[in-house]
Design a protein around this ligand. Structure first.
Ligand code: 5GP
Ligand code: ZN
Length: 112
């Protein structure tokens, strides 16, 4: 499948990894919007929030279970923002479910 984040998940395309296990991968965003900007993806290809269902929602709860650890590993100590863009109006550019973890500095009240 021609999916950028599937290729990052299987190592075909390199990334700066923060955390990895059998189900998920966290890596630094190539174009950071704050001092720390990490992306967390399920290894399973789920195109967006619109495609989360009873059969794959384990990935979402599992990612949220791991987010505090990933944020800490990335050096975040004083809070962070978690964002997922879904579909056209949200400007989702990569069609593989991902959660942005943004922090490492005081963020504006609204970002993106
Ligand atoms: P979206 O706009 O879909 O919510 O977020 C996609 C994110 O993926 C963007 O923040 C973009 O900078 C990041 N990104 C795009 N291509 C690559 C890549 O090849 N490597 C990494 N590490 N991040 C990427
Ligand atoms: Zn994919």
């Amino acid at each position: 499948m021609d999916c950028l984040f599937c290729k990052i998940a299987n190592g075909e395309i390199p990334s700066k990894k923060v955390y990895e296990d059998s189900y998920i991968l966290a890596f630094h965003d190539i174009n950071p919007e704050a001092k720390v900007h990490v992306l967390v993806i399920p290894k399973e290809h789920i195109p967006s929030c619109d495609f989360v269902n009873a059969g794959n929602s384990f990935n979402v709860s599992y990612i949220f279970e791991k987010i505090p650890h990933i944020a800490k590993e990335a050096g975040i100590t004083n809070g962070y923002r978690v964002i997922t863009n879904c579909g056209e109006d949200a400007c989702q550019s990569v069609k593989h479910l991902h959660f942005h973890i943004i922090g490492g500095e005081k963020l504006p009240e609204h970002i993106r």
